[in-house]
Design a protein around this ligand. Sequence first.
Ligand SMILES: Cc1ncc(COP(=O)(O)O)c(C=O)c1O
Length: 291
Amino acid sequence: MEKEVVWVNGKLLSRGEASVSVFDHGFLYGDGVFEGIKIADKRLLLFEEHLDRLYHSLKVFGIKEPMPRQDFRQVVLDACKASQIVNGYVRPVVSRGPGDLGVNPNKCKEPTVVVIISRIQLYPKEFYERGLDVVVAKTRKTPKECMDGSAKICNYANNTFAIMEANKAGAQESIMLLSDGRVSEASADNIFIVRNGEVWTPTLSTNCLPGITRAAVLRIAKEIGITALEKDFGVKELTGADEVFLTGTGAGIVPVATIGGKKVGNGARQVTNKLMETYFARVPQMSTPYE
Ligand SMILES: Cc1ncc(COP(=O)(O)O)c(C=O)c1O
């Protein structure tokens, strides 16, 4: 039988039992890193890539590795096996650990490790057909000088402000720009545009997350003969694009129907549909069975 499980510092618990200290700097200051891994048909999608990024994030933020990467890998596999969840989501979180009330992390001796195995809340099927409504957020993306976006840190305040703007407008997602006007990413997804048959996604210099789905889409596009470039662009190119789509572990590839209430292109979505078809068909071969 499928059940949600939470691994906390070596113990496999239920949702109700799982807890961490209120003095944990992950709770007090968002001082931690995390991942989101999709379980598709009892397989972990792009599992090694997510583990690599988790360990990269730990390094960027100077959080002590709680265990060797291979042991972490086994913890995730064992927790998935205990859950027997067929289609769901793994959320590993490593925080700086419990310390005192000061911001200084020097009192945080041991990182806290949590691995949640749960069900996923995907966009409903209709959004893959109809497309999402998005807005361009007024909230700007945190620049690299303030926070290294190559790491997936637990502090999502910036993204939360952006998605609240979307909620207010009755949209589902928000596109974030850098202060110089370049498009960076959505609040929880990477962004791609299609112009004259070419696919563009912002470069990592925009401080967007190096999305694992983004990388897979760039790879797949090249393999099936679509020109796919990492190339920066502004709002003009975004709103004037023939097609726009978002990518992320949870969403996969999801088309954008409107930006700020204006329809994207003529709604034909030839390139997006081709990429969606190929990407979703390849999910099994990009995944690792958990048992
Ligand atoms: C801010 C942000 N950008 C992009 C993504 C997509 O990244 P990935 O494809 O690795 O899930 C995510 C998803 O977690 C995200 O939170």
